[in-house]
Design a protein around this ligand. Structure first.
Ligand SMILES: [Zn+2]
Length: 344
């Protein structure tokens, strides 16, 4: 079990980044992986915090979450001796930094500037251009520092997407239980409960999150970090990722870049919950409350594509047993499922 050693969450905690990094080991040179807009928007706060503790920083721009970006950032970072790598930004920068840190065997710190998915604390990265169309295990961050005032400044759509990724835990845990019961797969009670709890709190507080209540950002960030930690404890993405994630990956494979990861997973969770015979309406209502999409039209996808993604999802990852293996969806059944849940 590999867990983050230090987690700091709160308004303005970016000011503590220098001490936070120094506390994690003997560090002088820091490589910061970030996106161009994040660097402009909040880069200076990060630089000041590092420099005030005599830490030398060098920035590397992450363009897109694919193997080309990983390759160019990795080559640039490996030329100089950096003690630690920070991923400063949204999912893309964190995923690239995490993958590069894993490849170069360097410690990694996650400093999310938005809360759009649970990769901010998990050992998994989603990088395009690999032979596997789903998240792969890379490196657990040794520290996670989440400044809720910076995250609150990010577009609301990203926070709503994070809630979609959290709704996915409801169906992911059901799929894991199914794999335990029908395939004898290892099931971690503690990590499953932790993941379920992070979804539950979003359901309970969805109205407050949707209204933009001040403390709601912290609730979502804490839930995402807890879900990521659940994956660390389980040693696999099982508690966080089931058939709804396979659906999201299939959709992204058929029509790339439609909707955000968490948005696709949220829509997938509505339909997969119905297959599991659990309260899918509650998931849909939660997503509506927080302002996340619940229909194909809202993410610019047509009905045929949804049907195709539902039918092909289980083929993406044959080793992951889910409800889609138990209930084989033909075109008619997939269409009815999407129709009856209001997705199409
Ligand atoms: Zn996810």
């Amino acid at each position: 079990m590999e867990l983050p050693r230090k987690i700091m969450i709160g308004d303005g905690v970016i000011r503590e980044l220098g001490n936070f990094v120094s506390d994690l080991g003997h560090v002088r040179k820091v490589a910061v992986v970030s996106g161009p807009s994040v660097k402009v928007r909040v880069g200076e706060r990060c630089v000041q915090a590092l420099n005030s503790c005599n830490l030398e920083d060098k920035w590397f721009l992450a363009k897109s979450a694919d193997m080309n970006s990983v390759g160019s950032v990795q080559t640039a970072i490996s030329k100089n001796g950096y003690d630690i790598i920070i991923g400063y930004g949204g999912g893309k920068s964190v995923d690239i930094a995490k993958t590069v840190a894993s490849n170069l065997d360097k410690p990694f710190i996650s400093v999310p500037t938005s809360a759009s998915h649970d990769g901010i604390s998990s050992p998994f990265s989603s990088i395009k251009g690999q032979n596997k169309p789903y998240s792969i295990k890379t490196r657990t961050p040794i520290g996670v520092l989440a400044d809720t005032s910076i995250i609150a400044e990010a577009p609301r759509r990203l926070l709503a997407s994070g809630c979609g990724d959290l709704m996915a835990k409801v169906t992911a845990v059901k799929d894991w239980e199914l794999a335990r019961d029908e395939k004898g797969e290892y099931f971690g009670n503690y990590s499953a409960n932790l993941a379920s709890m992070s979804a539950k709190i979003i359901m309970q507080e969805s109205k407050s999150i949707g209204s933009g209540n001040g403390s709601s950002v912290r609730t979502v960030v804490e839930a995402l970090i807890s879900a990521g930690v659940a994956s660390c404890i389980a040693g696999s993405s099982r508690p966080c990722s089931g058939a709804e994630h396979l659906f999201s990956h299939a959709l992204d494979f058929i029509v790339p870049n439609k909707g955000l990861h968490g948005e696709r997973c949220g829509i997938g969770a509505i339909m997969i919950a119905k297959l599991h015979n659990i309260e899918w309406e509650r998931i849909a209502n939660t997503l509506r409350d927080v302002g996340a999409p619940t229909t194909a039209g809202e993410i610019g996808v047509d009905a045929n594509t949804i049907v195709k993604a539902l039918m092909t999802a289980s083929t993406l990852r044959p080793d992951r047993y889910t409800i889609l293996n138990k209930i084989q969806l033909d075109e008619q059944k997939a269409f009815e499922l999407a129709k009856s849940t209001g997705v199409i």
